[in-house]
Design a protein around this ligand. Structure first.
Ligand code: SF4
Length: 355
């Protein structure tokens, strides 16, 4: 089975953007009503009928609801160093819509639309820009063309897959005309919130511009459905590797049990768990943030209880690049041996002479 353009268009035409529409899917609490009124101007709200259909009708702790619906906690955030742009992307932006932290890579924001807005988004500042992403395509492409060390371009936004096929293809074609661009990555949340977008037509178009990689975002096993399996399979048939980047979120995936279920379900639809990001210090997101020590402990406890390559790398993104948040299994050195802690908490002595 494949999705058609009609399936996708229906999701767009019937997007859920009002409380009235949301009522068709869930019982709305007084707190949610209050949050909608209070936060309307702070950050956009909206989702797809498909993603709304994954919400539990009554359970306010449903992980899909928590990620999508405004919460009164957002207005009560008083974390001292929270900001609207914690990664200082505005400062790391040599031209509009390009963010550059590494010499050989750039993030190129080509869309300012999302199908479903995530309450913990680290790029909230971006949606208040005056110029649309499309208006600045040319400058971004020119910057990439004139900087020969850039070999890897990440198309992001917003969501690049909310551009129409022709516009997205124009960007890909123009990038492929630049000889020093070796790989193109596309970051998208649509495989999770609007899998109907990935029909055979768009997969066929992407296939012409290989090597293409797609980074997706799933944060809870509930998000991995039969629709996701169909869409992932369409992209994989076109030879596009799919890698998942989760955000560690309190009450959503901050336990070994949920994380294990998530990574194993990802593998069952052939998506590789790649990163788990520490939630950024974005204003209004304190209620989502997990202590880094707790995050490290979850990742440590995953080792040995699931497939090795199911375990993503836990990282903190900073304005100066990503920092791996790793646990240390190296205990000490004793003469010609190093002592290492195994997942069974047994200490292994590995012969490893100094000389
Ligand atoms: S889909 Fe990405 S850019 Fe859009 S709101 Fe969610 S995290 Fe932010």
């Amino acid at each position: 089975m494949h999705f058609t353009q009609k399936d996708y268009q229906k999701q767009i035409d019937e997007r859920v953007v009002t409380l009235e529409q949301l009522k068709q899917f869930i019982d709305i609490t007084d707190d949610t009503k209050a949050a909608f009124t209070k936060l309307r101007k702070l950050f956009k709200w909206g989702t797809t009928p498909y993603y709304a259909s994954l919400m539990d009708k009554e359970d306010t702790a449903c992980p899909v609801r928590l990620q999508t619906l405004p919460s009164v906690w957002e207005a009560q955030d008083c974390t001292p160093c929270a900001s609207s742009d914690p990664l200082m992307e505005t400062e790391n932006s040599p031209v509009e819509n390009i963010v550059q932290v590494y010499n050989d890579r750039v993030a190129f924001c080509i869309s300012d639309a999302c199908a479903s807005f995530c309450r913990f988004c680290f790029r909230k500042y971006y949606f208040n820009k005056k110029k649309s992403a499309r208006e600045t395509f040319d400058k971004g492409l020119e910057y990439i063309r004139s900087n020969k060390e850039i070999r890897d371009v990440l198309l992001t936004g917003g969501d690049p897959f909310l551009l129409d096929d022709e516009t997205l293809e124009t960007v890909l074609r123009r990038l492929r005309e630049i000889k020093h661009v070796q790989i193109i990555r596309i970051g998208t949340r649509l495989l999770c919130t609007l899998p109907q977008r990935f029909n055979a037509k768009i997969a066929g178009m992407l296939e012409k511009y290989h090597p293409i990689y797609i980074n997706v975002q799933f944060n809870h096993p509930k998000e991995i459905t039969n629709e996701v399996r169909i869409a992932a399979s369409t992209l994989l048939k076109a030879g596009i590797p799919l890698q998942n980047q989760s955000v560690l979120l309190k009450g959503i995936n901050d336990s070994v049990k949920v994380m294990k279920h998530l990574v194993e379900k990802l593998l069952s639809v052939r998506i590789i768990p790649y990163y788990v990001f520490q939630c950024q210090l974005v204003a209004g997101t304190t209620h989502f943030r997990v202590k880094i020590e707790d995050g490290i402990d979850i990742m440590r406890r995953l080792r040995g209880i699931t497939t090795g390559f199911a375990i993503p790398q836990y990282v903190l993104d900073t304005p100066y690049g990503k920092v791996p948040l790793s646990y240390n299994r190296f205990v000490t050195r004793k003469g010609d041996y190093v002592l290492l802690e195994t997942y069974k908490n047994k200490i292994w002595h590995e012969f490893n002479p100094l000389g």
